[in-house]
Design a protein around this ligand. Structure first.
Ligand SMILES: [Zn+2]
Length: 72
């Protein structure tokens, strides 16, 4: 799953997030000009993952609350 369009990268060395001007296999950090610490940042997927986890927690609390009210 590789999307060349608007691919975000994050530099693990200086925590700088950027979009490389040239979509290559080896994007360079514009801040510290390292290539080995640069990783693709997929924060949108991560964010929706966190939301899904919270939804599960809230759903469980909701069900527990209903069960408490019904069986009390
Ligand atoms: Zn950097």
């Amino acid at each position: 799953m590789v999307s060349a369009v608007s691919a975000h990268y994050i530099c693990a060395d200086c925590d700088h997030e950027f979009v490389p001007k040239e979509a290559g296999d080896d994007p360079r950090c514009p801040k510290c000009s390292r290539t080995e610490a640069v990783e693709p940042a997929d924060d949108s997927a991560l964010q929706s993952d966190i939301w899904r986890q919270w939804l599960v927690v809230f759903a469980l609390l909701f069900i527990a609350g209903i069960a408490y009210v019904v069986f009390e």
